[in-house]
Design a protein around this ligand. Sequence first.
Ligand SMILES: [Zn+2]
Ligand SMILES: [Zn+2]
Length: 258
Amino acid sequence: MRLTICGSSPAWADPGGACSGYLVSEAGTNLLIDCGNGALAYARKVCSLLELSAVFLTHMHGDHTADLLCLAYALRHGWQRPEPLPVWGPKTMAATLRTLARGACADPNIFDEVFALHVYEATEGGRPAVVQPEHRLTIGALTLTMASVPHSISTVAVDVRADSGARFTLSADCGPNQTLPVLARDTRLLLCEATAADSDSDVHLSGAGAGEIATAANAQSLLLVHYTGELREHLLKQAAATFKGEIDAAYAGLQIEL
Ligand SMILES: [Zn+2]
Ligand SMILES: [Zn+2]
């Protein structure tokens, strides 16, 4: 499994960076998790828009979805696919996209035309151990498990596995919680958000909070994501105080073999 970081900035992009996007490539499957502003350009360095298998959205905030509009333009006018591109998201996805299209595009139905929209089910926050089949999703060569995490809108963390045994877990945007350590138990790599500068808030984690979750999950390694570049060293230092495994901070274009 190859993981490409297509964007690791928080709500606004660092110079030369992009907002949330994670491309997972495994046995011919290319899954883009989140599609924040600028992420598509980095994904296209790895696979063409015709080779993209699906998009998965952790939640509908703009820094995770803004490039969907540009992707829709591309699929309509430049890269016509034989079938609509599957896009998985929360229950609010269709209504949110329709509102976006009405405000930003002459055609309010553009998303319905180029995307096949699918809604996923997540485990309830705090009860991720009770995973039912509907909480799992198979997309090509990948199996995803979703669990609700606390954020300002409905959001899921996601655990991604391949038959080869390769695995990573993505926190999405979240405040402190007991759900993520269970979902990420013994994971090879935890991608954890570190948006908050000094201490956790209800909806975002600090570097220390990310380290605490990595420790509670017994993760092998921790990669900070969704952080602003100016805070990189500060957040890494915070995380090192609460997690004793390998720690690094992501940047757009980083590739990891798992
Ligand atoms: Zn968010
Ligand atoms: Zn975000």
